[in-house]
Design a protein around this ligand. Sequence first.
Ligand SMILES: NC(=O)c1ccc[n+]([C@@H]2O[C@H](COP(=O)([O-])OP(=O)(O)OC[C@H]3O[C@@H](n4cnc5c(N)ncnc54)[C@H](O)[C@@H]3O)[C@@H](O)[C@H]2O)c1
Length: 247
Amino acid sequence: MGKLEGKYAIITGGGKGIGESIVHRFLDDGIAGIAVLEYDQNLAEEMVSRLDDRGAKILPIQCDVSNEKEVEKAVAQTVEHFGTVDILVNNAGITQDGMFHKMSDDAWDAVMNVNLKGAYHLCKHVVPIMRGNAFGKIVNISSISAFGNVGQANYAASKAGLIGFSKTLAKEGGPKNINVNCVAPGYIETDMYRTVPKEIIEEHIKNTPLRRLGKPHEIASVVSFLSSDDASFLSGQCIIVSGAATT
Ligand SMILES: NC(=O)c1ccc[n+]([C@@H]2O[C@H](COP(=O)([O-])OP(=O)(O)OC[C@H]3O[C@@H](n4cnc5c(N)ncnc54)[C@H](O)[C@@H]3O)[C@@H](O)[C@H]2O)c1
């Protein structure tokens, strides 16, 4: 029996990269259904078309997580389709890097609105469902940049914000059997990371004691563990998955 059997999940930004890997891993773990809330609906549909007949378990929903009205509608659509939400993975994220003294208000707001406020919107509409069920697992995807990284003041602030947010929801949700944790990936080979210049990639690998970049499935396996009853007494934590790299 798969460890996520009978469970229904929402994964944001599941059209590619780490999010797509989480979709695959949840399916391998026997999940009953997944709503994929994706900004780019084509990406979500292409992702489903790459799956075998298990694609029928996916409900792709076009949704910009920074827009609360769209999130509210998407959560309602998920509940109408699957009946409930047991697991929420706030994975959608963007970067708009630059030195802080040159950073525009727009770059600050865009990153905060997707990475931090997006998770807030999802939790605002999903936590009441989980409280009603007296069951829930929330995993927020942070980053090792949360601990400070040159050129990423906006991104670091959003990802550090997610850690404090998660620890607080874990304290508030504990009495209702809701586990809330963060995963902070290091340098992972996805489209987001491919924008990094070659010489910086070499530096990152040098700074990673395991001497390589991570793969999306190496994040997905930890998210799956945290979403399962194998991690039933694990809450309020930020698990760093970085091959021992720090920024
Ligand atoms: N790749 C890395 O090295 C790395 C490291 C640390 C943390 N992370 C985090 O992991 C998560 C996934 O990153 P990735 O590397 O797979 O990136 P990616 O760019 O490959 O995928 C991000 C996905 O999020 C979606 N998305 C973006 N904005 C959205 C919005 N407003 N609403 C809904 N969906 C939206 C995109 O369409 C895309 O499918 C992000 O939160 C990222 O910050 C990545």
